[in-house]
Write a protein that binds this ligand. Structure first.
Ligand code: NDP
Length: 322
C-alpha cells in the first residue's frame, strides 16, 4: 500500500481544482480518475458560462486544460477506479481496481451521473446500442434523418433537444408537466425551433422494441416506439420514434460511502454549511456529489478549491502537512 498526504477521488472540475490547490501547496495529491475521466463535461458540447472563455470552450477541451494544469504542479493522476474506502480513521484506506492506498486526507469529488427512467428497458437499450441514450453529444450523430424523442423539462433536456435538431428530422420533447423547468432563454430558443415538438403532460411508461437484423446477420433489439401515459387524464398512447434521449437529471455517485458518511434523502453527501467538511475529520467533499442546488462547473470548481484549503488546514493542524 502506498501512502499519500491527500487523495482526490474524481476528475471533474471539483476534483481537478482540489488537485490544483493541494499540489500548489506541496501536498503532492494523488487523483483517481474513475470510470469517466474528466467527468460530465467530457460529454457536453460548448460551455459558454465558464468564466474566462469569452467565446466559450468545448467541454472536453476545458477538462483537458484542467488536467494539464494540475500535472504542471506535480499532481499524480491514476487511471484507476476506487472500489472501496475505509473512512473509520486517518490514515484512511482505499482500494482501487489496481492497488491499495492509504491517505491522511481524502477529498471526495465523485460527481453525479445521468438518471434513467426506472423502467429498466431504457438503461438496458442504452448499453446494447438499442437506440436509447443519455448523451446527445455522444450519440446524436447516429440519428441523422430520424425522428426521436427527448424526455425531461430542465436545461439538459432543452439543450439536448436543440442540439439533436442538427441530426434528427423531428425531436419530440416529452415532459410530464405543462411547464418547463429550463431557463427562460433556453425555452425561448427551443420554442422557436421548428424541429422541436412539445408533448406536454406525458410520462414514458415503456420502450417498445423490434428485432432488426444487421448487414452482418446479427440480431439487435431496437426501439420502435414509446408507450406514453397522460399525467392528467391517464390516457395511454404510442409515439413511434427511432431514438430516445433521457435527460431527467442526475444522481450523486455516493455508493462508495454508504454507511460511512451522512447523505440526504436523494443520496447527496452532507457537508458542514459554508465548508467542504464531512463529519469525519480529514474527509472533505466538493462538487456535484454534495450539491444538488447549483450543479455548475464553476461552482464545482469553487468548492474544489474550498476542499483543498480545508484539507490543507486540517493537515497542518494535525502536523501532517510537511
Ligand atoms: P433538472 O433536475 O433541472 O431537470 C430534470 C427534468 O426532468 C425536470 O423537468 C423533471 O420534471 C424531469 N424529470 C425528473 N424525473 C423524471 C422522471 N422520472 N420522468 C420524467 N421526467 C422526469 O436536471 P437537468 O439535468 O436538466 O439540470 C441540472 C442542472 O444543470 C440545473 O441546475 C440546470 O440549470 C443545469 N444545466 C445548465 C445548463 C446550461 O446552463 N447550459 C445545461 C444543462 C444543465 P419536473 O420539472 O416535473 O420536476
Amino acid at each position: 500500500m502506498s501512502h499519500h498526504k491527500v487523495v482526490v477521488i474524481g476528475t471533474g472540475p471539483a476534483g481537478y481544482t482540489a488537485a490544483l490547490y493541494t499540489s500548489r501547496a506541496n501536498l503532492a495529491p494523488v487523483v483517481f480518475e474513475g470510470a469517466q475521466p474528466g467527468g460530465q463535461l467530457t460529454i457536453t458540447t460548448e460551455v459558454e458560462n465558464y468564466p474566462g472563455f469569452r467565446k466559450g470552450i468545448m467541454g472536453p477541451e476545458l477538462m483537458e486544460e484542467m488536467r494539464e494544469q494540475v500535472l504542471r504542479f506535480g499532481t499524480i493522476i491514476k487511471s484507476e477506479t476506487v472500489l472501496e474506502v475505509d473512512l473509520k480513521a486517518s490514515p484512511f484506506k482505499l482500494k482501487t481496481d489496481k492497488a491499495g492506498y492509504t491517505a491522511d486526507a481524502v477529498i471526495i469529488a465523485t460527481g453525479a451521473s445521468a438518471k434513467w427512467l426506472g423502467i429498466g428497458k431504457d438503461q438496458e437499450l442504452s448499453m446494447s446500442g438499442g437506440g436509447v441514450s443519455a448523451c446527445a453529444t455522444c450519440d446524436g450523430f447516429f440519428f441523422r434523418g430520424k425522428e426521436i424523442a427527448v424526455v425531461g423539462g430542465g436545461d439538459t433536456a432543452i439543450e439536448e433537444a436543440t442540439y439533436l435538431t442538427k441530426f434528427a428530422t423531428k425531436v419530440n420533447l416529452i415532459h410530464r408537466r405543462d411547464k418547463l423547468r429550463a431557463s427562460k432563454a433556453m425555452q425561448e430558443r427551443a420554442f422557436k425551433n421548428e424541429k422541436i415538438v412539445f408533448i406536454w403532460n406525458k410520462g414514458v411508461e415503456d420502450v417498445l422494441t423490434q428485432t432488426i437484423e444487421t448487414p452482418l446477420g446479427e440480431k439487435v433489439e431496437k426501439i420502435r416506439a414509446l408507450k406514453l401515459k397522460d399525467t392528467v387524464d391517464g390516457a395511454d398512447s404510442e409515439l413511434a420514434v427511432d431514438g430516445l434521449f433521457v435527460a431527467i437529471g442526475h444522481q450523486p455517485n455516493t455508493d462508495l460511502f454508504k454507511g460511512q458518511l451522512p447523505m440526504d434523502e436523494t443520496g447527496y453527501l452532507q457537508v458542514e454549511a459554508g465548508s467542504s467538511r464531512t463529519p469525519i475529520p480529514g474527509v472533505f467533499a466538493c462538487g456535484d456529489v454534495q450539491d444538488h442546488v447549483y450543479r455548475q462547473a464553476v461552482t464545482a470548481a469553487g468548492s474544489g478549491c474550498m476542499a483543498a484549503i480545508d484539507a490543507e488546514r486540517w493537515l497542518a493542524a494535525q502536523g501532517l502537512a510537511e
